[in-house]
Ligand binder design. Sequence first.
Ligand SMILES: O=C(O)CCC(=O)C(=O)O
Length: 216
Amino acid sequence: MNSQNNLFDSLLPPPDLPDGMFYRQKALVGNEDALYAALSAILAVAPPAQARTRGGGLTSAAITNCGHFGWWSDAKGYRYQARRPDNGKPWPPIPNIFFDTVERVMSDTPWPDFKPDSCLINFYGAGAKMGLHQDRDEKDLSQPILTICLGDDAIFMVGGFSRTDKATSFVVSSGDVLIMGGASRMRFHGIRKVYSGTGSLENLSGRYSLTFRKAF
Ligand SMILES: O=C(O)CCC(=O)C(=O)O
């Protein structure tokens, strides 16, 4: 067994996730090629870019969006906006295969009618990560956030309601789905590390997370 397997063994999904958090391991295995084809069409129109943070740095992951609204960040702060920052055009629409997948995955959760108006797409190339943060720019925080993982394995962190609360870490892989809602909606979470080259989708190098939100 190599060291990566040892590490992954210690990062198995926790048997008991907190109330409001759902982890559907491999839920979309078999659908990943079709999801990635739809994603690629979005990326061709609206390529991901690193965004400027409030502090003047750059996001580690490169981001883009589809849907009526896209999350963006610059020196003015974090927000959802209907227009792309690069050319002022609307974001590409959320494709039907994304809506169908969201509906299917949410059907046995407390939010079967969840209808996102925004999908923030994060791309993690080599070395990219995302620090612990809360998603708090959405108007109605009773609406959940659903994440689909595509590509490389990564370590997902989920903590408490303060940045310094102890976080649990576990490996997420392509085809996995995470949902944070209800009592877990405001938990700090992030991506500690991405394992470059571990994904097996043809033509995908790196990791994408598709995070579906109801912005307004
Ligand atoms: O990449 C991920 O799985 C996490 C993404 C995330 O936390 C976010 O977009 O707010």
